[in-house]
Design a protein around this ligand. Structure first.
Ligand code: FUL
Length: 611
């Protein structure tokens, strides 16, 4: 009996497999499928270059310049998580050559920093923080190194290989090994301060580095301009082409073999319908104008609505979104970045929480072998990217009528193919029922892993029809209808910054008052104020203050009042002990005047501490 059951299970398994359509064209690897499912991850730029207020370090910064006194990888990873990012990539070494882990390959590394007395490992801190938030982890080690004395000679590629080996060995499984195309040029190079040219196709020995990557990190995709696993989209605006195929035939510039920094960029944004390889696009774009933190860009942080637009133009076109985050010299994300990320996450969650098509009646023109159990339309709303409705092998065009339970209002349509069987669909036409006849509503090409069609305006309807076109049988995995949530997020940097004072102090600023709720009664004995760089620059730092406490948020007592002596000439942290300890749940810190005497202070919670 047992043997009979095992036989039946096995044979039914074979039976189902035998009915699957044959894959079409190049297929994604396991690592590429994992990457695709992440959809969004962050790229953290934080090196001595941050402290130099530059975008590219020359490689000449003193190694002890890097000293982030309040660095908290947890704050950065939590902010990424709040925006629904699923991975975190850290720049372990940028073009300036400074290694943020204690490498053996160059003395120019974190062990020369006063931070944690030279015992710190920033890559490890990011790795631990990412894992704690359930984010996958990745690394970017720049191939161009403007500090290394031997850059341009055979000694450097050996060191670079070792650097990759170190980061592949010590930080657990990575989902991506990120490589940029900028390499060769002027730099410090151990004091030589000259321009060094390299042969981009041969100097690094990419083929052998890729082999090592695959052997040491089999779950990681390799990103560079032209793959081999994920390609650059060709711009840093966060936008893929409206048509964006996951396949491409890589070509080098001037007929040379393609290599990072040596690529024919014509098809990066669109891919090629009949490309020989599965190399989908990544859209990288910073949250601020620059990849590194610059205080004068505090008011240029992209808004949640702009981020949503980028999401539609990247993830919604089958690419992944790689958003740059830039901690400041304290080692923290500015509060405005944190609030923006959270609001973007809220918008995504609200928009995609309900699929208005679930529960609808789907009427397909064909079901593969009439096998409703394996290829029926119930697979379209089951939230599994790989289960699918399929047509017979000879049915390459099919219609799917969707009848909703009642008329629904929406402006986003999501379609997905089961990409384990390749990118099959050429295009789709969406039509809407107009008093008994079909009226065209939208059309799209390159469906693939994920396609979001945003309608020019919201529509309210009960009946839709999809007309699907492919060169082979159709394997559609998902149909979703969504109503884009409105985001009413507004922050003006100077006057209305939300504040969170170190970890336990959720707080808000109202005009120039910092309000803090400790959730339960606490005893405080002192406070300190440290003006931010931005406040110093704009002369909005506090010169006079009042500190109050309250048990009920209604009746307030003054605890302290006074001046921050000489703070304009010497804007360092000031520690103010209280006359006697105070026990209270709520604390209010009001700025009475500022350096520019306009009375409008820009203060965020972490400039303020209670003891
Ligand atoms: C580029 C680099 O040159 C930029 O500085 C930045 O790191 C960006 C993400 O990649 O190639």
């Amino acid at each position: 009996m047992r043997i009979l059951i095992i036989f039946l299970i096995l044979s039914s398994g074979f039976y189902v497999q035998a009915q699957e359509p044959k894959p079409y064209g190049p297929l994604p690897s396991k690592a590429q499928l994992n990457w695709q499912e992440l959809e969004m991850y962050c790229l953290i730029h934080f090196t001595p270059t941050t402290f130099q207020n530059k975008e590219w370090g020359f490689g000449d910064a003193e190694p002890d310049l890097f000293n982030p006194l309040h660095f908290d990888a947890g704050q950065i990873a939590a902010a990424a998580k709040s925006a629904e990012f699923k991975g975190l990539v850290t720049v372990a070494k940028h073009h300036d050559g400074y290694c943020l882990w204690p490498t053996k390959t160059t003395p120019y590394n974190i062990s020369k920093s006063p931070w944690k007395n030279g015992k710190g490992d920033l890559v490890k801190e990011f790795m631990l923080a990412a894992r704690k938030q359930g984010l996958q982890f990745g690394i970017y080690v720049s191939a161009w190194d403007r500090n290394f004395p031997g850059y341009g000679t055979p000694s450097y590629p050996i060191a670079y290989r070792e650097q990759l080996k170190e980061v592949y060995s010590n930080y657990g499984p990575l989902f991506i090994s990120w490589h940029d195309g900028a390499n060769g040029g002027d730099g410090f190079y151990g004091g030589a301060k000259e321009t060094r040219k390299i042969d981009r196709s041969t100097y690094y020995g990419w083929d052998s580095l890729w082999q090592m990557t695959r052997a040491m990190q089999p779950g990681a995709v390799i990103f560079s301009d032209i793959g081999p696993d994920v390609r650059w989209v060709g711009n840093e605006k966060g936008m893929a082409g409206e048509t964006n195929w996951a396949t491409i035939t890589p070509e080098g510039q001037d007929g040379l073999k393609p290599a990072p920094g040596l690529v024919d960029s014509r098809y990066l944004g669109t891919g090629q319908r009949d490309g020989k390889y599965w190399i989908p696009a990544e859209c990288d774009v910073p949250l601020r104008p620059g990849w590194f933190y610059h205080p004068d860009q505090d008011d240029k942080v992209k808004t949640p609505d702009q981020l949503f637009e980028l999401y539609l133009n990247s993830v919604g076109r089958g690419a992944c979104l790689n958003l740059g985050l830039a901690p400041d010299t304290d080692g923290l994300l500015n509060e405005i970045d944190v609030q923006t990320l959270k609001a973007f996450g809220d918008k995504l969650r609200e928009t995609f929480v309900v699929n208005l098509a679930s529960g609808a009646a789907f009427d397909p023109s064909n079901v593969r072998m009439n096998d409703l159990r394996n290829f029926g339309v119930n697979k379209l709303t089951d939230a599994d990217r790989y289960s699918y409705w399929a047509t017979d092998d000879d049915v390459h065009q099919a219609d799917l009528v969707i009848e909703l339970k009642t008329a629904m209002r929406f402006n986003l349509i999501r379609l997905r193919e089961n990409i384990k069987l390749g990118q099959r669909l050429d295009s789709v036409l969406v039509e809407v029922d107009d008093q008994g006849s079909w009226k065209p509503l939208a059309k799209a090409t390159s469906i693939g892993a994920n396609r979001l069609i945003r309608l020019p305006a919201f529509i309210e309807t009960k009946k839709l029809r999809l007309r699907l076109y492919a060169p082979v049988s159709i394997t559609l995995s998902d149909v979703g209808l969504y109503a884009e949530a409105k985001s009413d997020f507004k922050v003006s940097v100077a006057t209305n910054r939300k504040a969170i004072s170190r970890s336990v102090w959720p707080s808000g600023i109202d005009g120039s008052t910092l309000w803090m709720d400790a959730v339960k009664s606490v005893t405080i004995q002192a406070f300190s104020y440290r003006p931010s760089k931005a406040a110093i620059q704009h002369q909005t730092l506090a010169t006079h203050y009042v500190l109050e406490s309250s048990e009920d948020d209604k009746n307030w007592q003054q605890v302290a009042a006074g001046e921050f002596s000489n703070i304009v000439a010497n804007p360092i942290e000031q520690y103010i002990p209280l006359a006697k300890p105070v026990t209270a749940r709520y604390i209010r810190f009001t700025v009475k005047s500022t350096a520019n005497s306009k009375g409008e202070a820009s203060i965020v919670g972490r400039e303020f501490s209670l003891y």
